[in-house]
Design a protein around this ligand. Structure first.
Ligand code: SF4
Length: 687
């Protein structure tokens, strides 16, 4: 492709990738020039290498520019007529739930909203969920049950710079979102201390004042041990607990059983280091506890996050300016993507789909009867697992996701996708999932369209269009409109993002994630608007818990939780833990970043990190090709021998086909999060 057509010289917008949503200016002429913006607090003039090189996405030779029907280029009318006819045929035979929709946490708020409306109003299916279920769901579930509201960071990110201590459990921001580190550096420059909990010595752990390195799957025990120390050493903020919380007695009782020596035996973390971590948090005037996917992506992920929230509440942190608990959202619109209705159990405004008042409100905005709204559907893995089965959907429309790479037990998920009567994928490149599709619809991306994103702070941002899309490409909103008209002659599916956002504002009004007062103009005039924002003269809410929590009685709720072992523990046959994660150069399934030369130059292959002791025992040298074998599959990677992993653990990145062939789809009973972060494997040398 030649350089895209310029819209204007330099456009203020945001990065296509992660939830930090770094501000950048994009200038398009013969080439694409990206400049970091200093006015956006999240990155304040910084970008990581993914952001700096994002312009290559606009000129990628891999770009899809025409619809494909069974691999053959066709016109848009032919493609959409075909999809509509097949949907009709499948639904006539199998009913409305014969067709499913799968969305993504990178879609704009407008797309996420329209996808949920399309599924429920046009397809009348309950079968919709999205890949954010694999990302944020455990933290979201735990925050909802503790605070009555799930907003990733319920405070501006700049609060971190003013803290005296930050504890990060299972987050590697130095690789996943490097400009985040400047806020931690600001804290440490003032004398604050950073504590990191991670089974690996990550780039973030290397910067920590204290690193606790538990066995994979034992973060919950570690959090209980820290709470035990806080209680027995007299560090509980009793006034705060009495005045702002409920349920502490039950948690105090259950924590009594988690004495540090017992926790050391489970986690491998020395008692002295646990005590030091508890002291750092207790001594800090302002402290923040953060969780990331390492703590959350477990079949007990919700309880693990609850254990860290209990710790934060005992110390009196949430709802105090400069302190708190937050989760480090991962995907670009991981926050907004879980607020506006593409989740199986949710309607716009972060409303529950089984709440009669919520159903009545949203149905009125959509001009339908509440009883015409389907109920809750299957969660992401359960939906993928059911595809093509007698009781499951026979057709799937997929937007902004690549489950062949990113789903747990990915080999099985690929089989289920292959078994469908109809698979339609909207994407900008031929992802591994698009390659399986009957119909591929080429869609606009990032800088070629406008739309809002809600970053990890709950700050609603506006991505401005900076370049015209290539001829032949349509936006997801245009695709949904085209299908809605064909299927139901439906009105109310505008393709203009601003029109969709104005409807989203009405649909979210009065909900938890209330966007009613947020307009494109307000966002563009400043550095975004924090939800909830119920009216145009409302300033937005940077710190929603200062006066009360969003629970009926205004108090935060302690939730008693107990540690339990991983769903699949190591044994004689599979004696090693596998844990997975990201590398600096790549984002999620890699569908975008693996196509960027500069990123591939620094990270082009699957690797397996193993400890030197294990390498010696297995006679593995750096660079050897290894096969990692588990109960659900096997994957190969090049050996990297490093003391950064524990001797009982191997690590693989998940940006390529491989790691998720092995991961365990056992689900958290509350969030339905799969157990991505720990399973049992053995190693074999190839050749
Ligand atoms: Fe910023 Fe994340 Fe983009 Fe990197 S990938 S530039 S951290 S938004």
């Amino acid at each position: 492709l030649s350089a895209p057509t310029p819209v204007k010289a330099a456009t203020a917008t945001h990065c296509p990738y992660c939830a930090l949503q770094c501000g950048m200016s994009v200038a398009v002429d013969e080439t694409v020039t990206i400049t970091p913006r200093k006015d956006v607090p999240a990155n304040a003039g910084g970008l990581c290498q993914k952001g700096w090189t994002a312009g290559e996405l606009l000129t990628s030779g891999d770009r899809l520019t025409t619809p494909l029907l069974y691999g053959e280029p066709v016109g848009w009318d032919e493609a959409l007529d075909f999809v509509a006819a097949r949907i009709r045929a499948v639904q006539e035979e199998h009913g409305p739930n014969g067709v499913a929709v799968f969305g993504g946490g990178g879609l704009t708020n407008e797309k996420a909203y329209q996808l949920g409306k399309f599924a429920r109003m046009v397809l009348r299916t309950s079968q919709i969920d999205y890949n954010g279920r694999f990302c944020m769901s455990s933290a979201a579930a735990a925050a909802n049950r503790a605070f009555g509201m799930d907003r990733g960071l319920p405070f501006p990110i700049t609060d971190l710079g003013g803290a005296d201590a930050v504890l990060i459990a299972g987050g590697n921001v130095a690789e996943t979102m490097p400009p985040f580190v400047r806020h931690l550096t600001a804290m440490r420059d003032r004398g604050g201390r950073l504590v990191v909990i991670d089974p690996r010595v990550t780039a973030t752990a290397r910067q920590a004042d204290l690193h606790l390195q538990p066995a994979p799957g034992t973060d919950l025990a570690l959090a209980l041990g820290l709470l035990h120390i806080v209680i027995t050493e007299g560090h509980v903020d009793e006034d705060y607990v009495a005045g702002r919380t409920s349920g502490f007695d039950g948690v105090r009782t259950s924590a009594a059983a988690w004495w540090p020596e017992r926790v050391e035996r489970i986690t491998g973390v020395p008692v002295a280091r646990m005590r030091l971590a508890a002291e750092i948090l207790a001594d800090a005037g302002r402290a923040v506890i953060l969780t990331g996917r390492g703590a959350e992506q477990h079949a007990k992920g919700t309880d693990t996050v609850s254990a860290f929230i209990n710790l934060a509440l005992a110390l009196g942190l949430p709802g105090r300016e400069g302190s708190g608990y937050g989760c480090i959202t991962g995907q670009g619109n991981g926050q907004g993507g879980r607020e506006h209705g593409q989740k199986a159990d949710q309607l716009p405004g972060y409303r529950r789909i089984d709440d009669p008042a919520a159903r009545a409100h949203v149905a009125a905005v959509w001009g339908i009867a509440p009883e015409d709204l389907p109920g809750p559907g299957r969660s992401a893995y359960e939906l993928l697992d059911a595809l093509g089965t007698a009781a499951g959907p026979r057709a799937l429309l997929l937007f902004g996701s690549n489950p062949v790479i990113s789903a747990p037990r990915a080999g099985h998920v690929t089989e289920r996708l292959r078994s469908l009567d109809l698979l339609v994928v909207s994407d900008l490149v031929m992802s591994e999932t698009a390659a399986l599709a009957d119909v591929v619809l080429p869609t606009t991306q990032w800088a070629e369209e406008s739309g809002t994103m809600t970053n990890l702070e709950g700050r609603v941002l506006l991505r401005h269009q900076a370049a015209a899309p290539p001829p032949g490409v349509r936006s997801d909103l245009e695709i949904l409109r085209g299908l809605a008209v064909r299927l139901r002659g439906a009105e109310g599916f505008p393709a203009d993002p601003r029109e969709v956002f104005d409807e989203l504002r009405r649909a979210s009004a009065g909900g938890i994630a209330d966007y009613a007062g947020i307009t494109y103009e307000r966002i563009a005039a400043g550095t975004g608007v924090f939800w909830p924002c119920p009216a145009e003269d409302h300033p937005g809410t940077p710190r929603p818990f200062l006066d009360r929590f969003a629970t009926p009685d205004g108090r935060a709720r302690f939730v008693p939780v107990e540690h339990r072992p991983p769903e699949e523990d190591i044994d004689r046959d599979y004696p090693l833990y596998l844990t997975t994660g990201r590398v600096l150069a790549h984002y999620q399934s890699g569908a975008q970043t693996r196509r960027i030369a500069a990123l591939n130059a620094v990270a082009s292959e699957v690797f397996v990190e193993i400890h030197p002791d294990l390498a010696e025992r297995l006679e593995v040298a750096p660079g050897d090709l290894l096969r990692v074998v588990g109960r659900r599959g096997a994957a190969e990677g090049v050996a990297r021998v490093t003391p950064a992993v524990r001797p009982d653990t191997v690590f693989m990145p998940f940006h390529w086909a491989g790691a998720n062939l092995l991961t365990n789809p056992a689900l958290d009973p509350v969030s339905r999060m799969p157990e991505f972060k720990v399973c049992a494997v053995k190693l074999e040398r190839v050749g």
